[in-house]
Design a protein around this ligand. Structure first.
Ligand code: MV4
Length: 455
């Protein structure tokens, strides 16, 4: 097992990794920008190295600075968290070349999963349902029109090296396709330096569901149930839950069996998630693999009892899943996570600033993953996440009741937050009966904001 690991991240996820390391008796090294000098991850790590100014490109994204910090502190491994360098295969390569263990999938797996069509093909071969679409990158508008005629409109254009919704274009009619293809290609070229675009059948108003994967370095792999994150706004997730109210035990079993086959074929290692869309008939379709620990991992931890970050570290240290999990995964109860962001309730604009008053909720079934403290500051340079509020209950109804109680007792003064919006969602009848899809927030916002004005 490692003696010392470096966390190449900040905020709540850096603190989360420090907790897992402490549980394993491992020393920790924090890296921080000048803006994060007074952050909790600096305070609670065993050592801390300032790696640059506030700007991410000059600090948390600066590979030579992060590697140098690991070398001068003799850290044997680096946990990248999520965002920043977590899906940068070049960073994983530099770690390997520097003799530092990267706590995550190996670079060749990250590279393969980054090529969306390759991932689609592997999934298809393993019997994982994928949407009708072009297997290779589109070579011309004529070829795109042929595919779209065959599949039927609407179709969606996606960047082969993209993800997270960037560079996507929905095409409703043939006459719009050539222009939208050119737009998508230039946007993909600029954002990912690979202009390749592929095409898929478009699902209007899908549910967004992902399966949590954990694999060791000896060919063993487990899927730790799914989570649903349909409650989102402009690709920003607001609420996640596990399990999904829309996934039956049978659908879960079938999907997990096919995923295990596909991911073993890929040689997947460490943690990752496989993202799906569910259509109005309740059928799941593969979308892409995200090879990092994700913000919303705690909801899977709450229903399986597995500490996923601790497991990642143990996998990277060469342990087997049997040693780490100690037996089959069993699901218990239901978990919900609300993201508490520093944002304006009407405009959703990030609202950085000083937290002058704070009460973190607790009590049975409540977990708060956060790096904020009274008189602390949410800086304007990074994401506006204040905390992740996670609850667990015997069933979804109890989880909702506990989330309501926790939101009522979650006091943040000095900045705007998304707490009022989260309270509205938790009290919404459609949410209570699990009737949501990715259009939920767009449809409900006018009603919620009107209620806020009248309150
Ligand atoms: C789709 C889709 C509908 N049909 N693919 C968005 C994030 C990325 N990981 C995949 N995404 C989607 N892929 C097909 N074939 C709908 C989404 C999607 C979405 C698309 C546009 C605007 C907002 C969205 C929110 C969630 C999912």
């Amino acid at each position: 097992m490692f003696q010392k690991i470096l966390i190449a991240n900040r905020g709540e996820i850096a603190l989360r990794v420090i907790c897992a390391a402490k549980d394993l008796g491992i020393k920790t090294v924090a890296v921080y920008s000048e803006a994060d000098r007074h952050s909790l991850h600096v305070r609670f790590a065993d050592e801390a190295v300032c790696i640059g100014p506030a700007k991410s490109a000059r600090s948390y994204l600066d590979i030579p600075s992060v590697i140098s910090a690991a070398e001068i502190t003799n850290a044997e491994a680096i946990h990248p968290g999520y965002g920043f360098l977590s899906e940068n295969d070049r960073f994983a390569e530099v770690c390997r070349a520097s003799g530092i263990k990267f706590i995550g999938p190996p670079p060749d797996v990250t590279r393969m999963m980054g090529l969306k069509q390759k991932a689609r093909q592997v999934m298809k071969d393993a019997g994982v349902p994928v949407l009708p679409g072009s297997q290779e990158a589109l070579s011309s508008a004529e070829e795109a029109l042929e595919f779209a005629e065959k599949i039927g409109y609407p179709v969606i254009l996606k960047a082969a090296a993209g993800g997270g919704g960037r560079g996507m274009r929905v095409v409703e009619r043939a006459e719009d396709l050539p222009a939208l293809l050119a737009q998508a290609q230039s946007e993909a070229g600029a954002a990912f330096s690979v202009p390749d675009i592929y095409l898929e059948k478009y699902i209007g108003a899908p549910r967004h569901i992902e399966f949590q994967v954990l694999a060791d370095e000896h060919g063993n792999l487990e899927v730790l149930c799914e989570r649903e994150f349909s409650i989102q706004r402009l690709h920003q997730k607001l609420i996640e839950e596990a399990p999904s109210p829309a996934v039956s035990p049978q659908l879960r079993e079938e999907t997990i069996a096919a995923l295990k086959k596909a991911l073993k074929a890929i040689g997947y290692q460490n943690a990752g998630t496989v993202e799906f869309l569910m259509d109005e008939k309740g059928k799941l379709y593969f979308i892409e693999v995200n090879d990092r620990i994700q913000v919303e991992h705690p909801v899977n931890e709450m229903v399986t009892g597995v500490d996923l970050v601790k497991a990642q570290i143990r996998v990277a240290a060469g342990e087997t899943l049997d040693q780490i999990l100690g037996g089959p995964i069993t699901l218990r109860g239901h978990a919900i996570e609300c993201r508490i962001n520093a944002e304006h309730p009407k405009t959703f604009a990030p609202c950085p600033g000083k937290i002058t008053g704070l009460n973190l909720p607790g009590g049975i079934g409540v977990r708060v993953d956060t790096a904020v403290y009274t008189d602390g500051v949410i800086p304007p340079y990074y994401d506006s996440l204040v905390a992740k509020l996670i609850v667990h209950g015997a069933d979804r109804a109890e989880a909702i009741a506990r989330m309501k109680r926790a939101l009522d007792m979650f006091v943040v003064e000095g900045i705007y937050t998304s707490i009022p919006l989260q309270k509205k969602i938790m009290s919404d009848a459609d949410f209570a009966r699990g009737a949501m899809d990715t259009t939920y927030i767009a449809r409900k916002l006018p009603e919620f904001q009107k209620a806020e004005e009248n309150s």
